[in-house]
Design a protein around this ligand. Structure first.
Ligand SMILES: *[C@@H]1O[C@H](CO)[C@@H](O)[C@H](O)[C@H]1NC(C)=O
Ligand SMILES: *[C@@H]1O[C@H](CO)[C@@H](O)[C@H](O)[C@H]1NC(C)=O
Ligand SMILES: *[C@@H]1O[C@H](CO)[C@@H](O)[C@H](O)[C@H]1NC(C)=O
Ligand SMILES: *[C@@H]1O[C@H](CO)[C@@H](O)[C@H](O)[C@H]1NC(C)=O
Ligand SMILES: *[C@@H]1O[C@H](CO)[C@@H](O)[C@H](O)[C@H]1NC(C)=O
Ligand SMILES: *[C@@H]1O[C@H](CO)[C@@H](O)[C@H](O)[C@H]1NC(C)=O
Ligand SMILES: *[C@@H]1O[C@H](CO)[C@@H](O)[C@H](O)[C@H]1NC(C)=O
Ligand SMILES: *[C@@H]1O[C@H](CO)[C@@H](O)[C@H](O)[C@H]1NC(C)=O
Ligand SMILES: *[C@@H]1O[C@H](CO)[C@@H](O)[C@H](O)[C@H]1NC(C)=O
Length: 348
């Protein structure tokens, strides 16, 4: 009101003070009505959530202004959340302080329409709710290796750029932590997808014959755009085993050994296990250390060692399931299936 007074006073600078006050009151009342009728209503948001928010409830505070200045006192204000799908308490809307609760993750829109104006004069505020903390998975092409170093992939669930973000500038400043017989090789760090996917080599002790390293993502090094703090998941841990010991395997059956001359194979003398009990003959391979390979792969590598079988293609080795009491993956059993006299000759 006082601003309007000054304006009127300067226009009518020659008038005396009591008259000025009287006139200006009338004038400002007129201008108020005129502006309201002209629907020059604007919405000014005083409090909103962040454009990316980690909160499922939020408060909007706004004012409906007439002609860009004074608050509209006789406006009928309506509010809408997500095009009407979200519930709004009408009295809160009239008040200009609206609490939105139970917001799902995703995009939202809050709209204020003064005096039922459709579109024109309405103001909206868009924001995104994200309550899911960012996390990262550690993967490698193998769990078990004889190599000196292994490439590791780190895949974030979403960009995690708040705070320092993911860094691996030195062994002691790397958000991929390596415990055990190995170290991260920081200068091998590659950005596969900016802010999402990285690859880095982990070097395995060259002095140890075998061992393991435990990899885990660091803590408190980043937040997403909505402020959610990084959290580890079960794939944020990875155990890498290495073994450079030579492979030793024993081949056993319950059939007794005999030295036999086999004319068919260059007349050589061979150690042969012979039986006429055709039922349920098993061959068992036992490895000194666990192996990664499946029974099928073992069989495939065993087959070239079968120098001779008679009659051709009738005898067959069938892999049996790895027994339950062999969690270490060391013992493999094969069933010999045959139809008539069959020889298997294994190369030593
Ligand atoms: C808003 O609409 C009501 C009727 O619904 C009317 O009485 C009032 O004057 C209007 N206010 C403005 C500022 O246009
Ligand atoms: C809303 O309006 C009521 C009266 O209509 C008042 O008591 C209350 O303080 C107001 N709340 C806010 C946040 O303005
Ligand atoms: C406010 O406007 C809405 C929509 O135009 C109307 O349904 C409602 O009756 C109005 N309320 C008042 C108090 O004027
Ligand atoms: C809000 O998003 C809607 C689409 O969801 C778009 O039409 C509208 O222009 C956006 N408003 C603002 C203020 O960005
Ligand atoms: C690592 O990521 C690259 C690029 O996406 C992919 O080609 C490679 O197979 C991944 N390696 C592992 C072990 O996940
Ligand atoms: C790693 O080991 C787990 C079980 O220990 C297995 O389920 C997984 O397939 C292995 N991954 C690779 C890449 O060998
Ligand atoms: C939500 O974000 C704010 C910063 O915007 C942060 O201070 C707060 O810790 C975050 N809450 C959670 C649960 O991450
Ligand atoms: C193989 O057999 C020998 C002699 O019976 C035994 O000493 C050795 O421990 C066995 N090796 C494996 C891997 O089972
Ligand atoms: C056994 O597994 C290793 C590692 O997966 C693989 O490189 C090798 O080719 C496999 N051997 C056979 C006979 O399939």
């Amino acid at each position: 009101m006082s601003q309007t007074s000054i304006m009127v006073y300067s226009e009518m600078g020659l008038l005396k003070l009591p008259l000025v006050v009287l006139l200006c009151s009338v004038f400002s009342l007129l201008s108020f009505i005129a502006l309201c009728d002209a629907s020059e209503l604007t919405v000014k948001f005083l409090e909103t959530p962040q454009a990316f928010s980690n909160r499922s409830s939020t408060t909007f505070v706004f004012e409906v202004l007439v002609g860009g200045s004074g608050a509209c006192t006789n406006c009928n204000i309506t509010c809408k959340l997500d095009d009407g799908s979200g519930s709004i308490i009408a009295s809160e809307c009239e008040n200009g302080t609206v609490l939105c609760e139970g917001l799902q993750d995703g995009n939202h829109k809050f709209e204020v329409c003064p005096n039922g104006s459709q579109g024109v004069g309405c103001s909206s505020y868009n924001w995104t709710v994200d309550t899911v903390p960012p996390t990262a998975d550690i993967t490698a092409s193998t769990n078990f290796t004889n190599a000196l170093n292994v490439p590791i992939n780190i895949s974030f669930s979403e960009p995690c750029t708040g705070g320092p973000g993911f860094v691996c500038s030195s062994v002691n400043a790397c958000n991929l932590l390596v415990h055990g017989a190995g170290k991260v090789i920081p200068n091998s760090l590659k950005i596969l997808q900016p802010n999402l996917q990285y690859s880095v080599l982990v070097g395995l002790s060259s002095t140890a014959q075998y061992g393991r390293v435990n990899l885990v993502m660091g803590k408190n090094f980043c937040t997403d755009s909505a402020g959610n703090k990084f959290e580890r998941n079960k794939n944020s841990y990875f155990t890498l085993r290495f073994d450079r010991r030579p492979m030793v395997v024993n081949l056993t059956t319950h059939v007794s050994e005999r030295q036999v001359v086999l004319g068919d194979v260059n007349g050589e003398t061979r150690l042969v296990r012979a039986t006429n009990n055709c039922v349920k003959l098993r061959i068992c391979l036992t490895f000194l250390v666990p192996v990664l390979n499946s029974s099928a792969e073992i069989l495939k590598s065993l087959e070239p060692k079968i120098l001779y079988s008679l009659p051709k293609r009738q005898g067959k080795l069938l892999p049996l399931n790895v027994s339950k009491d062999d969690p270490g993956h060391r013992r493999f059993e094969f069933m010999v299936r045959w139809f008539s006299l069959t020889y298997f000759i294994f190369q030593q």
